[in-house]
Design a protein around this ligand. Structure first.
Ligand SMILES: *[C@@H]1O[C@H](CO)[C@@H](O)[C@H](O)[C@H]1NC(C)=O
Ligand SMILES: *[C@@H]1O[C@H](CO)[C@@H](O)[C@H](O)[C@H]1NC(C)=O
Ligand SMILES: *[C@@H]1O[C@H](CO)[C@@H](O)[C@H](O)[C@H]1NC(C)=O
Length: 618
């Protein structure tokens, strides 16, 4: 009897403990929301010292969480930086690097992409029972062999749900509004009319030739006609607006071409409904903004709201969208149980300008920007981490951190182990964020430009110094400029770079703007630093296994890889219907938005470019 009651109470206790444990285990798995802005400069945000830009929601994250001031991207271009973010590894390890001028995936006709044996944070968390979603920009490839094999689709990298652009926003995605309505009709009609005409002509000639010999003029006009037809067909096939500016929901193309201006608000809706569906958690949401990349498609609501032209308006629109996501977290009671991380894939694009209007971001006191491998402005990005109750509010951490740290950090939070069969370059950030340790685990960080190592950062364990040695720097042009205005992007190799032997040396703790290189005669530690960094480079290079470089060599876009919504070659579609904005009001918004956004001189530029648009869009 006694034994029995003991057993019963024991089993009750077990049950109790069990439930406690499983509840705790659930509590141990926080939700994760990762927010990445495209091309945002560290100097564009209020909380990083911009007094004239209004970014209240980003600033709120800084107030309620930890602000990182030395948060470093692994590359200064989208595709490689995002590969590193997703995998926690330098892009040179996964082969997401290039030895040519083109360092990103530029078309959906490109078969390169993140290798399938790379493991993303999404895949790790999915295994731990997380529901995983990606909204927005992917830019890690799409097809391998046919227009719909989707071998590099986010689904194959651990994301359960995808809504967004498989590629990236580019200039043609927000076309000249006066052409827009015609376009949709035109391309379809043109093809139909010409196909019918050619059929009729062939038939007639066939008939005629039975009775009379066909006149040369008819044959000539036929040839001319076929030539024109193929010209129009070919140029429409190479038009990025149709073939690259498209949106997908999971495997379905929802808009081709996309309506760039309304994409952001659909993304926010998608994100909010994802949060609502998964409020029981645990979930991982990677919200990958199309903002603030050119051509800055902004809604009328935000045009003229900033002190910094169209670019400023667009940043403020991004901030307001962030606000909607943060509000949704509050509304669904998810706030205290969700880690929110906010960053940019790399620095602002200094060379993006139209006339005198700056269309790219501002990197504050840091030298250089997007596309420059070593200079701080290209790689030092915002980094905000909020987890109420678990992380201190309003804390500032000045130690070096990396975007590659996110994978090990969220893996640890979810109870996953990082892959053991490969080098992971990121480090778990939690001890540093919580204040358990004061020092970053990154003693060295390597700054690549494509496949080339341009600079190395050394933060010695026992000192406040942050040494940076530059082996290669880009040649700015025109002479005297602080960016590569003549080529839009700086180069990584060849004639437009300078090699430094001995390397240019700076101490960022004393000279964050990298303005005055240290000299051997005046810096007592000069030789020691150069030697130590060289030894670190040697060890690092030894740890890199040779691998197929996905982005190297010539990568012609292959026409048969380009996705098509509908029956080829009639690929136009808009399945979003009226769910987010009516198409007529969208066109109105876009047109007036564009008109207001561009000053007279810019408007003139636009008109000058119109012929170009016509040709390109046909
Ligand atoms: C704020 O950001 C804008 C837009 O990038 C930039 O033009 C301006 O110089 C920045 N201001 C400061 C004080 O950093
Ligand atoms: C992935 O596969 C490639 C090609 O077989 C190989 O070189 C690479 O080391 C593999 N990567 C990992 C992380 O296993
Ligand atoms: C979309 O909205 C427009 C204008 O409000 C309306 O005329 C049209 O019927 C709607 N279309 C659908 C499919 O709901």
């Amino acid at each position: 009897m006694k034994l029995r009651s003991l057993l019963t109470s024991l089993s009750w206790m077990c049950l109790f403990l069990n439930t406690c444990q499983s509840r705790e285990a659930n509590d141990d798995k926080p939700n994760v929301v990762l927010i990445m802005v495209d091309d945002l400069g560290i100097g564009d945000l209020g909380c990083y010292g911009n007094g004239t830009m209004r970014t209240p929601h980003v600033d709120r994250l800084a107030r309620e969480g930890v602000r990182l001031t030395q948060n470093i991207a692994a590359a200064s271009m989208c595709t490689p930086s995002r590969s590193a973010f997703l995998t926690g590894r330098y892009p040179v390890r996964s082969g997401m690097v290039s030895d040519t001028e083109v360092r990103v995936i530029t078309t959906l006709g490109d078969c390169s992409g993140l290798p399938l044996n790379e493991t993303t944070f999404a895949a790790l968390l999915k295994k731990q029972g997380y529901t995983t979603g990606l909204m927005g920009k992917w830019h890690q490839g799409l097809n391998c062999q046919s227009r719909s094999d989707h071998c590099h689709h986010p689904h194959n990298y651990g994301f359960d749900y995808f809504y967004g652009m498989p590629l990236s926003l580019t200039e043609p995605c927000w076309p000249d509004p006066s052409r827009d309505t015609e376009l949709a009709i035109e391309s379809k009609i043109w093809l139909c009319v010409q196909l019918v005409a050619i059929a009729v002509l062939t038939f007639t000639i066939g008939k005629l030739s039975c009775w009379v010999s066909v006149p040369w003029s008819l044959i000539l006009s036929m040839v001319l006609f076929i030539f024109l037809l193929s010209y129009f067909w070919f140029s429409s096939y190479t038009s990025p607006l149709y073939w690259d500016c498209l949106l997908m929901r999971d495997h379905e193309i929802t808009e081709q071409p996309m309506k760039a201006e309304r994409a952001g608000s659909i993304m926010v809706k998608e994100a909010v409904s994802f949060l609502e569906r998964n409020r029981k958690g645990p979930f991982l949401l990677f919200f990958s903004f199309l903002h603030v990349h050119t051509p800055l498609p902004t809604t009328t609501e935000f045009i003229g709201t900033s002190k910094h032209g169209l670019y400023g308006d667009h940043v403020q629109e991004m901030d307001s969208m962030l606000g909607k996501i943060l509000d949704a977290l509050d509304d669904f009671g998810l706030r205290d149980h969700t880690l929110v991380y906010f960053t940019s894939d790399h620095g602002g694009h200094l060379e993006a300008r139209l006339g005198h209007a700056q269309l790219g971001g501002w990197n504050g006191i840091y030298k250089g920007g997007k596309g420059m491998g070593g200079w701080e402005g290209g790689i030092r990005v915002p980094g905000l981490v909020r987890w109420p109750g678990k992380l201190p509010a309003g804390k500032v951490i000045e130690e070096p951190t990396s975007l590659m740290d996110i994978l090990p950090t969220v893996a640890a939070l979810a109870g996953a182990t990082v892959p053991q069969d490969r080098v992971i370059d990121g480090r778990d950030l939690m001890p540093l964020l919580r204040g358990d340790t004061q020092r970053s685990e990154h003693e060295f960080l390597f700054h690549y430009c494509g496949v080339y190592l341009h600079a190395v950062r050394w933060h010695p364990k026992d000192s406040e110094a942050v040494w940076k040695a530059h082996y290669v720097t880009p040649v700015f042009q025109p002479p005297g400029a602080l960016a590569c205005y003549e080529t839009i992007f700086c180069q990584c190799s060849g004639k437009l770079v300078t090699s430094h032997n001995p390397p240019l040396l700076f101490d960022l703790s004393r000279d964050p703007s990298e303005s005055t290189p240290l000299m051997r005669d005046t810096e007592p530690l000069y030789d020691l630093v150069i030697r130590t960094v060289a030894a670190a480079v040697k060890r690092h290079k030894e740890s890199i296994k040779p691998i197929h470089q996905q982005l190297s060599g010539s990568r012609e876009g292959k026409v048969w890889l380009k996705p098509c919504c509908g029956v080829f070659p009639f690929c136009l579609c808009d399945k979003e219907g009226n769910s987010s904005a009516t198409s007529s009001s969208w066109e109105g918004t876009m047109e007036s938005g564009r008109r207001n956004a561009l000053s007279d001189t810019q408007g003139m530029n636009l008109r000058v470019n119109k012929l170009h648009y016509h040709l390109q869009l046909l």
